[in-house]
Design a protein around this ligand. Structure first.
Ligand code: 3PG
Ligand code: CO
Length: 550
């Protein structure tokens, strides 16, 4: 409070406040396998040497995940940053709803079952087949298949997106083999369950933020129309495709269709029900639109639009109400910082490139695609390439846009996301990831000069780790785990490491610091920002970490 009072007195002294999210930038304890440690990053080195900084928790329960073994991800990270609060997130909500049986009693599940029974007797489950717990969890799928059998559904078809991005990069068979065995075991008493189609999650279906609709079109052709290279089972498809495309990791595998005697076993037809079992929205919205939209849908030619009952695991967009039918209610994220600052009359600017644009807008505002008054959004179009080929991504252009917005003097609060550490981190390419970090460092250096010129303050943070561990680490030694040929095992997923919060400002006479609390996490950033702006935080938010120094 003392801080607040003092700050409101100096409010006039503080220019714009700039929030910078370096996506996928975690703090590794040892530097083993860290592309960040290996990168040449003079600006970041200077920040850590000369400016106040603390560590924030960015994984597990600190961001609303079911357990502290769960890594963080961009959705929960940006929700916490933007809302200043921690909510039980999709992963936890779905697991609880299944455990309590609430999901089965819900209207959406009952409608799905009733529709299928009145129609063809078949339910399709589509989604990411892994236990990554970022977009989905295979246990949720298993529970639904079992329940469908108990409810007297005759046939189940699974459309499996292959992961290797939230889980080890070539782990597909660890999921597919036991899962196909389980489906075979369940296929008794007139019940018949199989995987019907699939493909790498970066190849089909799971595009986000309108970056690459042709990906979704390929998914539609695969899952709905049954067009694609045919195999006898998903395990055979993965083995066959790996042999055809040596070195291609799971997330990039081509699409496949399971067939018998040349006929796909599970195209989607009139009278079927379809459940999209991903709980996270960014990569679920486009395929949802393809199923739900009427004749006005113009993103690609669907050829055939089966009359199905469609449900998502959650509602993915609270403003657009997509999808209309959902199995579990999403977290009711309210009193976000975007809304609160808007009510204060603070003009806000948000910018990123396509791949992370929704992170600083839609996730930031609690999974709502709408805008609050006084918010200005700017999207820099991302390249549509594998990012190890362009590790600099759009860091320079985002910095340009932020500098221009700062110089315009129109905004009191500006936020941006540099995607590089995360998007390149996910490719598992160490060298590209060091270049990604260097590109961010370069952009940051320019942006911070503009912050100084505007008499402003910057908070530099991240949503979760990624580039800080590019190799799988041996649990005992902490050193990189090795492949048979002695090379380090690439890691594509996020990490469990904390992230930095750095306070940058060079305003003459203004001495500010940050306090490290044991519980400090991403949800403390909103209140810290409020105090920098000279305002009280919303009562729902976690506390500010700002201190006034002597
Ligand atoms: C993805 O969707 O790319 C990954 O599953 C998670 O990455 P993100 O949480 O950083 O977006
Ligand atoms: Co990521």
């Amino acid at each position: 409070l003392q801080t607040l009072q003092a700050l409101s007195e100096t409010r006039a002294a503080i220019g714009p406040v700039v929030l910078i999210v370096m996506d996928g930038y975690g703090l590794s304890k040892t530097g083993a396998g860290s592309a960040i440690a290996a990168a040449n990053k003079p600006t970041l080195d200077r920040l850590f040497a000369e400016y106040p900084h603390v560590q924030l928790r960015a994984h597990g329960r600190a961001v609303g995940m079911p357990s502290d073994d769960d890594m963080g991800n961009s959705e929960v990270g940006h929700n916490a940053l933007g809302a200043g609060q921690v909510y039980a997130q999709g992963a936890a909500l779905v697991a609880n709803s299944i455990a309590s049986g609430e999901l089965w009693q819900g209207q959406a599940w009952q409608e799905i079952v009733a529709f299928a029974k009145a129609g063809t007797g078949r339910i399709h489950f589509m989604g990411l087949l892994s236990d990554g717990n970022v977009h989905s969890h295979i246990d949720h799928l298993k529970a639904m298949v079992l329940r469908a059998k108990q409810e007297g559904i005759r046939s189940v078809r699974v459309h499996a997106l292959i992961d290797g991005r939230d889980v080890p990069e070539t782990s597909a068979l660890d999921y597919v083999l036991p899962f196909e065995a389980l489906l075979a075991e369940l296929s008794t008493d007139g019940f018949d369950a199989r995987i019907a189609s699939g493909g790498g999650r970066q190849t089909i279906t799971m595009d986000r933020y309108d970056a690459n609709w042709p990906m979704v079109e390929r998914g539609w052709k695969t899952h709905v129309l049954g067009q694609g290279q045919q195999f006898a089972s998903a395990a055979a498809a993965i083995e066959g495709l790996r042999a055809q495309h040596p070195g291609v990791i799971d997330q990039d595998l081509p699409e496949f269709v399971i067939a018998e005697n040349g006929r796909p076993v599970g195209t989607i037809e009139d009278g079927d029900a379809v459940v999209l079992f991903n709980f996270r929205g960014d990569r679920a919205l486009e395929i949802t639109r393809a199923f739900e939209e009427g004749a006005g849908f113009d993103k690609f030619e669907r050829r055939r639009c089966p009359k199905v009952a469609f449900a998502g695991m959650l509602q993915y967009d609270g403003d657009l109400k997509l999808p209309a039918r959902f199995l579990v209610a999403p977290p009711a994220i309210k009193n976000t910082s975007g809304e609160w600052f808007s009510k204060m009359g603070i003009s806000q600017f948000a910018c990123s490139e396509t791949q992370k644009f929704g992170h600083v807008t839609y996730f930031w505002n609690g999974n709502r695609s709408g805008k609050f008054e006084g918010e200005t959004y700017l999207e820099v179009p991302s390249d549509v390439v594998p990012f190890e080929q362009r590790p600099w991504m759009k860091a320079a252009e985002i910095a340009d846009a932020m500098i221009e917005a700062l110089q315009s003097g129109r905004h009191k609060l500006l936020r941006c996301n540099f995607a590089n550490g995360d998007m390149v981190g996910h490719t598992g390419n160490f060298r590209a990831a060091t270049m990604a970090v260097e590109a961010v460092d370069l952009a940051l250096g320019r942006l911070l000069k503009a912050v100084d010129a505007a008499g402003g303050v910057a908070l530099i943070t991240a949503d979760h780790g990624n580039a800080d561990e590019m190799f799988e680490l041996d649990k005992k030694t902490g050193q990189p785990a090795l492949n048979k040929d002695g090379s380090p095992k690439a890691k594509t997923a996020h990490t469990l490491n904390p992230v930095p919060l750095i306070l940058y400002q060079n305003i003459p006479g203004l001495k500010l610091g940050l306090k490290q609390t044991p519980e400090a996490g991403l949800s403390n950033v909103a209140a810290t920002t409020a105090h920098l702006l000279g305002y009280e935080k919303h009562p729902d938010w976690d506390e500010s970490l700002l201190t006034l120094k002597g």
